[in-house]
Design a protein. Structure first.
Length: 248
C-alpha cells in the first residue's frame, strides 16, 4: 500500500475543489518517452534544432517529420491507471482540475474533461498564417512534401509551446484560478524544474491548499509542500482514489 497519509485522504474526501499538476512522469508510465531521460525524445536532436520558430522556418520538413514521429509514438500508447484515477476523481469531487505540462492528450483519453494544457497538445496542428486548425495527422504528408494549410497554403506547425514562446494565456488563467479554489493540490510525476508550471503547487499552498506530491523521488519543491508520496502514479493514485471513496 502506498504510504500516503490519512490527512491527505480526509482532505480530498472533504474537498469542495481540488487539482492535480501532472508532468512527464505519469506519461512515462504509459510508455511516452521523456525529454530528459537517456533515450528520451531529445537525445538524437537538440531542442534548438526542433522546438523554436526560427528552426521551423529554416527546415519545416525536418520539424514536421519529427513531430509526426512523436505523434505516432503517442498514438500507440494508452492511459495508465494513474490517468484513469484522476478522471475518476473529477467525477467524484465537486470541482477537480487537471493542469498538465504533457502534450500527449492521455488525460482526455482517460476521461478527464477539465484539463488545462499548459504546453499544448501534439495531436493538434494549426497554420502559422491563418491559424486554422489542421486535421489530426496533417503533419505527416506523403513523400518529401511539406505539410501546408488546405485553406491558405501556410506552413502547418504542431500546437505545442516552443522555446521562447509564451504559454497560452487562457490555459494559464485556468491553472491560476484552480490554485485559488483548491483545497487540495496533487503534484504528480513532475520534477518541478520547469517554470512557471513548477510554481503552481506553491501558489496553491499559499492560497491555503494542502499540497502533496506523488513521484518516484522527491522533486525540487519537496521541502516546500505538505507531503511527499514516493511511488508511481499508476500505483499511488488508484489506491488514493479507493481510500477517498471509502470515506466520501
Amino acid at each position: 500500500m502506498p504510504a500516503f497519509s490519512q490527512e491527505l485522504v480526509e482532505r480530498l474526501a472533504q474537498a469542495t475543489s481540488a487539482m492535480a499538476l501532472t508532468g512527464a512522469g505519469i506519461s512515462a508510465e504509459s510508455g511516452v518517452p521523456t525529454f530528459r531521460d537517456p533515450g528520451g525524445l531529445w537525445e538524437e536532436f537538440s531542442p534548438q534544432e526542433l522546438a523554436n520558430v526560427e528552426a521551423f522556418l529554416d527546415n519545416p520538413k525536418l520539424v514536421q517529420s519529427w513531430y509526426a514521429h512523436r505523434h505516432a509514438v503517442v498514438a500507440e500508447v494508452e492511459p495508465n491507471p494513474g490517468h484513469y484515477a484522476l478522471a475518476e476523481l473529477e467525477r467524484l469531487l465537486e470541482d477537480f482540475t487537471v493542469v498538465t505540462q504533457n502534450v500527449d492528450g492521455l488525460h482526455q483519453q482517460a476521461g478527464s474533461t477539465n484539463v488545462a494544457e499548459l504546453h499544448g497538445n501534439i495531436r493538434r496542428a494549426y497554420c502559422i498564417d491563418c491559424e486554422a486548425p489542421a486535421p489530426e495527422g496533417a503533419l505527416a504528408p506523403d513523400g518529401d512534401d511539406i505539410a501546408r494549410c488546405p485553406t491558405c497554403g501556410g506552413l502547418l506547425r504542431p500546437d505545442v509551446v516552443w522555446f521562447g514562446e509564451m504559454l497560452p494565456r487562457k490555459e494559464v488563467q485556468r491553472a491560476e484560478q484552480a490554485t485559488q479554489r483548491a483545497d487540495v493540490c496533487l503534484s504528480v510525476g513532475t520534477s518541478a524544474l520547469v517554470y512557471p508550471a513548477a510554481a503552481i503547487p506553491q501558489q496553491a499552498r499559499a492560497n491555503g491548499a494542502y499540497v502533496a506530491e506523488i513521484n518516484i523521488e522527491p522533486s525540487a519543491i519537496a521541502d516546500q509542500i505538505d507531503e511527499t508520496v514516493i511511488g508511481k502514479a499508476g500505483d499511488v493514485l488508484p489506491a488514493l482514489l479507493d481510500a477517498v471513496r471509502a470515506i466520501a
